[in-house]
Write a protein that binds this ligand. Structure first.
Ligand SMILES: Cc1cc2nc3c(=O)[nH]c(=O)nc-3n(C[C@H](O)[C@H](O)[C@H](O)COP(=O)(O)OP(=O)(O)OC[C@H]3O[C@@H](n4cnc5c(N)ncnc54)[C@H](O)[C@@H]3O)c2cc1C
Length: 310
């Protein structure tokens, strides 16, 4: 095992066990690695997703990632949001976003970049430091080392595809294991909230006819459709709202029908790399921390971290 995987304290195998290697777990791993803290990072998936999913990086995120030397390459690979074209039924209004009023940051724009690229940059930082994400490794059970003391550390039962069950004693466990977090469920940390009405379609796609390097927002009485400049794995990310009651599968044909409604045939969609549907919800964990266990990222909240009054 690599040096970063051993706790200096004999009571524990490792100081921090990170469950989940999405952007949250990877960013935490980068931070702990830079601190010299011992940790392991596991993920049940054998490989990373190549889908664009969370495609917008905030200036503050880039500032937080800068110490790991990844922000410059992310900024170079991504598309800064400098302009928006607001397409209304009767007119198109260009909106200049180049002066967003963020004077106190090196990164002055929202940056569009596929989540796959953000994860790739973090994995490559970790690899260069000898940190390996343990893939095909699933957290199954989580118990306190001392049932009377929630701060005394945890024992995690993990299932490794190649080597069977392993028990890991960790001073801290961080659940960065997404919206359906096993850590949150095992700790009985509640999950409050509900879904928003409406279903959204997402696609990484080519869109002939769209002016490049700008955001396009199409609005009419029935809803909206947006195109964000992405670059990889396709030039554009499309997000649109499905019509109420439409439960049909999203296809290139149905996306083209949607685009035609907003543009009168001015856009030709082709070569989709990914088409998905997505429902939004507002859910938040009752606690972000209980004793030695923390929740982070989607495990703690989807999507806004602010509690909403029901
Ligand atoms: C189809 C889709 C489209 C999306 N589109 C957008 C978008 O357009 N914009 C946007 O902002 N966001 C979008 N998101 C959401 C965005 O991807 C998430 O907010 C982001 O990935 C959260 O990061 P995370 O690291 O907290 O969790 P995740 O990325 O969910 O990572 C959690 C990881 O934990 C692992 N894991 C789970 N349980 C266990 C376990 N028991 N043991 C070991 N590993 C485990 C999983 O395999 C996963 O790799 C989308 C998500 C999906 C699924």
């Amino acid at each position: 095992m690599a040096a970063h995987q051993h706790s200096a304290d004999n009571n524990y195998d490792v100081d921090v066990l990170i469950v989940g290697a999405g952007p949250t777990g990877l960013a935490l791993a980068a931070q702990l690695s830079s601190f010299g803290t011992s940790f392991r990072i596991i993920d049940r998936q054998m490989d990373r997703s190549e889908h664009s999913r969370a495609l917008a990086l905030q200036p503050r995120t880039l500032e937080a990632l800068r110490p790991f030397g990844v922000s410059a390459s992310l900024a170079a690979a991504g598309h800064p949001a400098r302009g928006l074209h607001l397409h209304l039924p009767e007119q198109t209004i260009p909106v200049d976003l180049s002066d967003a009023g963020i004077e106190d940051s090196e990164y002055q724009h929202l940056l569009f970049l596929s989540q796959a690229e953000t994860e790739r940059a973090l994995v490559s930082y970790l690899s260069a430091r000898g940190v390996r994400v343990e893939r095909g490794t699933e957290l199954q059970e989580l118990d306190r080392l001392d049932p009377e003391d929630p701060f005394a550390g945890m024992e995690a039962k993990i299932q490794r595809m190649d080597r069977g069950i392993e028990r890991v004693r960790a001073r801290y466990v961080v659940g960065a294991d997404g919206a359906h977090s096993t850590v949150r469920a095992k700790m009985g940390m509640g999950w409050r909230g509900s879904g928003y009405p409406g279903t959204y379609v997402l696609a990484d796609v080519e869109a002939a006819g769209a002016e490049p390097n700008t955001i396009h927002a199409y609005l009419n009485d029935d809803g909206f459709m947006m195109l964000f400049p992405l670059g990889s794995p396709a030039t554009w990310r499309l997000i649109g709202m499905k019509e109420q009651g439409d439960t049909s599968e999203a296809t290139l044909g149905s996306l083209q029908t949607m685009a035609d409604k907003f543009t009168g045939g001015a856009l030709q969609l082709k070569d989709p790399q990914w088409i998905s549907t997505f429902k939004l919800s507002h859910q938040i964990a009752e606690y972000y921390q209980f004793g030695s266990v923390f929740l982070a990222g989607d495990a703690a909240h989807v999507h806004s971290p602010w509690p909403r009054r029901e």
